[in-house]
Design a protein around this ligand. Structure first.
Ligand SMILES: [Fe+2]
Ligand SMILES: [Fe+2]
Length: 475
């Protein structure tokens, strides 16, 4: 077997070339990764030449370069943000102490679990999106899908690097497991619920990138505060890429909204049935997709009150969103936080120790961020003069985790009976026939400069190229 020069093969800024042990560990993982990509990555794309961004550095200027690349030859690199000299732990019991470059023994298994849980989501989303390459509305969208896929692959590399570099044999075993669990697999599913749901159509794809990738943003941001410096620096860099995923989601939904408004103008009615007949996605259907993707993403933040989350915080392993910008003692000794809880069949606001409420605080930051994006979608509808507004459902709606999991909550936040839920569920959540309708619209549109009829073209292309650029070459 020829030995591969990983220093060249894997762009990195972690001195891989000088660490033989680590190099060998990653060397034995790479073929498994490539097999996984081959089997469960984007289907049927081996020969495609895709105009991709590849991370080559971590500087704010020129951290990436753009080129046509065959995806299996993509250079999945390992990058950590530059170390901040004399960085100190910013919260918890160790606040003010120097950050750790090695894993503290007493936090080893907790840190490993945090890294594995984050890492597991990365290949999961690639698996979820694997058939979407057959039905993209344009070459531009096809390229964006593949860009996200290769970067989620790189995020898996980022977590696997940490496991290999800092967790010895256990870490190597966990890295193998990352490729053995599969999204939606009944025997070995991915760890978190939302990552076992299929992403069968492009409306779901954009909603996933908006709502579920955004959970990723908030998880990464709180891990970027970690006292374990290699994890913090890894997550800081991942956030740079993650921003693009959310852009794809937000602008994707916005372009569908725009097209739907145009079609309503053309046919002179807002009637959802007529909109569908005209080949666009009615706003009511989009609201159902919002309800679904938002609610399963809200679950990802976990229990409202959590001693685990409190421990992660106290131990300095996982902070809050933008910890440094929060004006308190960063230990949360005497602070409380308002949490919506279930009291019989009422939802009430209760005050709880801020420490056990850190999940809820992160969930709130996430909800605020979702609302801002949704406001921009609503602006498009408003500007075009149509009388409709998207709304985020109540955080208790359609929950499988946390205290609302045991009841049914309407989108407007009332605890309702099972019967009322059943009666209305088809108005609130995508039905089989809604999914059939959306699926029927999904026809590939791969002629340069052309776009499917249910979505508007983007306002600009990628990296200074026009929309009608040949983003993907099929060979
Ligand atoms: Fe990611
Ligand atoms: Fe992402």
């Amino acid at each position: 077997m020829t030995s591969i020069n990983y220093n060249e093969r894997i762009p990195n800024n972690v001195g891989l070339g000088e660490n033989r042990r680590l190099q060998r560990a990653l060397e034995s993982w790479l073929p498994n990764y490539l097999n996984w990509w081959d089997e469960l990555g984007p289907e049927g794309t081996q020969g495609y030449d895709v105009y991709l961004r590849t991370a080559v550095d971590v500087g704010t200027e020129g951290w990436a370069h753009f080129n046509h690349v065959k995806m299996p030859e993509y250079r999945w690199g390992i990058f950590l943000n530059e170390a901040i000299p004399d960085r100190r732990i910013g919260f918890g019991d160790h606040k003010g102490e120097p950050v750790w470059q090695e894993v503290p023994g007493e936090y080893r298994s907790t840190l490993r679990r945090l890294i594995v849980t984050q890492g597991d989501t990365e290949p999961a989303s690639v698996e979820q999106q694997r058939v979407l390459g057959q039905t993209a509305p344009s070459l531009y969208d096809l390229r964006n899908l593949f860009q996200i896929n290769v970067e989620e692959g790189r995020h898996l590399w980022a977590m696997v690097y940490l496991l290999h570099a800092h967790f010895g044999r256990d870490g190597r075993e966990e890295a193998e497991m990352m490729l053995e669990r599969h999204s939606g697999d009944p025997d070995k599913p991915r760890i978190l619920g939302a990552f076992n749901e299929p992403t069968p159509d492009w409306l779901s794809m954009f909603m996933f990138a908006f709502f579920t990738d955004r959970d990723g943003k908030f998880q990464l941001a709180s891990l970027a505060e970690s006292g374990f410096d290699p994890l913090a620096r890894t997550c800081q860099f991942m956030l740079t890429e993650e921003a693009h995923h959310m852009f794809v989601g937000e602008s994707g939904v916005m372009r569908i909204v725009k097209r739907t408004c145009e079609v309503m103008d053309e046919i002179g009615t807002d009637d959802p049935e007529r909109v569908r007949q005209a080949g666009a996605i009615d706003l009511q259907t989009m609201q159902k997709w919002i309800n679904f993707h938002y609610s399963i993403s809200v679950d990802l933040f976990g229990q409202e009150l959590s001693t685990n989350a409190a421990n992660y915080y106290t131990q300095g392993l996982k902070g809050r969103y933008h910890e440094g910008k929060i004006d308190d003692d960063h230990r949360l000794v005497d602070y409380s936080y308002p949490v919506l809880m279930l009291n019989g069949d009422k939802i009430v606001e209760e005050s709880h120790p801020a420490l056990t409420s850190v999940n809820e605080k992160l969930r709130q930051d996430y909800i605020d961020d979702c609302q801002r994006g949704m406001n921009r979608w609503n602006k498009v509808i408003e500007k075009s003069g149509h009388d409709f507004q998207f709304k985020l459902p109540h955080r208790g709606f359609n929950r499988a985790i946390g205290n609302f999991a045991e009841v049914k909550v309407s989108p407007d936040g009332r605890v309702i009976s099972e019967a009322e839920w059943t009666k209305n569920a088809t108005d609130w959540m995508p039905t089989e026939s809604d999914r059939e309708f959306v699926k029927a619209l999904m026809k590939p549109c791969y002629e340069q400069g052309k776009i499917a009829g249910w979505i508007a073209p983007p306002t600009r292309g990628v990296h200074g190229n026009p929309f009608d650029y040949e983003y993907v070459k099929f060979n």
